[in-house]
Design a protein around this ligand. Structure first.
Ligand code: ZN
Ligand code: ZN
Length: 442
């Protein structure tokens, strides 16, 4: 932590990283700027790190939301060990910034723990500076700690607006919440837009993990299971009726018996009384502050500000990278590359589509697979394997340099492509590898 801090000209002030042992405890570190930050003041960083596992996160999310968050200024003052002055200015501000909202119940007690343990020191660091010097307080966290960071920021904002309402040296407060879970009601989440930035990478599961999205996923799985079961039954019926017509000696009761036996076998172990999907009304929770979504386009990482109601952030779609996109390392790589892409001199070419639309003689449009690898000209399809022309099943990939479709065997090389801002290795085809122009700077 000290080494990481010093890379950004920050010095560790104190931490509880060595003393924590409980799975639900939050580790934290408070760091301070060594020199002056560019804005002309000092910077204090509160870095949160939760030891929470994915299982305990799911447990927390299933807890009913509390109806009393953010708490009253009096309660926040008690946590911080100070009494907050109430002026007409601050009370007006509170009605805007502090609606009677709700938050993820599992996280609220941890927010109060952080306020009690770190809050008094932050208040002292924020107020004990030289004449005319401003302090910037930055709260950061990843995953569950990202949600905690946003909620702690909200409480500090309420406290600071009371403490420093008339002071020109009032500290500025900001928060970067990386891959957090949805944790606040809509109006509280909106009120945090000026000071909280939430960053979500691509298909990351955790920001999409709400009671509603989990319920929806369970419904989809249940429907899929029922569909598979129904289709299996229909296939059985078709086979048995065909069998009856071929062999008239088989009595009508026997197929039914077989079908019932099959039904009993496949549904063995089912509990008829179990309710898989509850129908109780659920209070919606939302991602906090301003939301930046990092998404992939032609192999590049791009960043866009999105609405918290964006449908793709509100439902879970099972993707192979949904857990990998939650890792801190993946997020760091994507952010570094998104910055390099913004400075890149050249845009990547259009990617060849997996299918193309063709117009038939009767003017109807049909989809046609792009069947052959650009490099080796072999077919991608299973039919080729069946005929023995190709020994391996050839998956389709786009070369990140030329954008053309190639098979796996013709794209085993991974290279950085500086002119597109791709600073981490990407799959390129053998033709591009041989030409070598992927390494050009522009
Ligand atoms: Zn090939
Ligand atoms: Zn290529």
């Amino acid at each position: 932590m000290q080494r990481l801090g010093e890379l950004q000209e920050l010095r560790l002030i104190f931490t509880n990283a060595e003393t924590q042992s409980g799975a639900g405890d939050v580790r934290y570190a408070v760091l301070g700027s060594i020199g002056e930050v560019s804005s002309g003041g000092r910077e204090v960083v509160l870095a949160l790190h939760s030891c929470q596992t994915l299982e305990s996160l799911v447990e927390d999310l299933h807890a009913p939301p509390t109806t009393s968050f953010p708490p009253s200024p009096d309660f926040i003052g008690t946590c911080l060990g100070i009494s907050l002055p109430l002026s007409s200015t601050t009370s007006t501000e509170h009605t805007d910034a502090q609606p009677q909202g709700h938050a993820c119940n599992g996280l609220v007690t941890r927010v109060y723990q952080i306020l009690r343990e770190v809050g008094p020191a932050l208040v002292r660091l924020a107020s004990g500076t030289g004449e005319g010097e401003r302090v910037r307080i930055t709260v950061v966290g990843h995953s569950v700690a990202g949600s905690l960071a946003a909620m702690v920021t909200l409480c500090l904002r309420i406290a600071f607006s009371s403490l420093f309402s008339l002071s020109l040296t009032a500290p500025t407060l900001r928060c970067f919440s990386f891959s957090p879970s949805a944790c606040l009601d809509a109006s509280t989440a909106d009120a945090l837009r000026p000071c909280v930035t939430t960053i979500v990478l691509h298909d990351d599961l955790v920001p999409r993990l709400t009671p509603q999205s989990t319920r929806r996923l369970l419904r989809e799985i249940a429907l899929f299971r029922e569909t598979v079961f129904r289709q299996r039954q229909q296939n059985w019926s078709a086979v048995l009726s065909r069998w009856s017509s071929v062999s008239p000696s088989l009595s009508p009761s026997q197929p039914l018996l077989l079908e019932d036996r099959e039904r009993g076998r496949t549904r063995e172990g089912d509990d008829e009384t179990a309710v898989m999907v509850e129908d109780a009304e659920l209070t919606p929770l939302w991602l906090p502050g301003k939301i930046l979504h990092i998404y992939s386009h032609r192999g590049q990482w791009l960043v866009a500000e999105v609405s918290r109601t964006l449908s793709t952030l509100r439902r879970i779609e099972v993707q192979g990278n949904m857990l990998d996109d939650h890792r801190g390392g993946s997020l760091l790589h994507a952010l570094l590359e998104a910055r390099a892409v913004r400075r890149a001199p050249v845009a990547p070419p259009m990617w060849e589509a997996f299918t193309t639309s063709e117009r038939d003689g009767d003017s109807s449009v049909r989809e046609k697979d792009n069947e052959r690898c650009t490099c080796c000209k072999e077919s991608f399809s299973w039919h080729a394997t069946y005929r023995g022309d190709v020994k391996d099943y050839r998956e389709r990939y786009n070369c990140h340099h030329c954008g053309l479709l190639v098979c796996g065997l013709c794209s085993t090389n991974q290279r950085t492509i500086p002119k597109y801002g791709m600073i981490f290795p990407r799959r390129i085809c053998d033709q591009c590898e041989l030409k070598g122009d992927y390494a050009a700077l522009c």
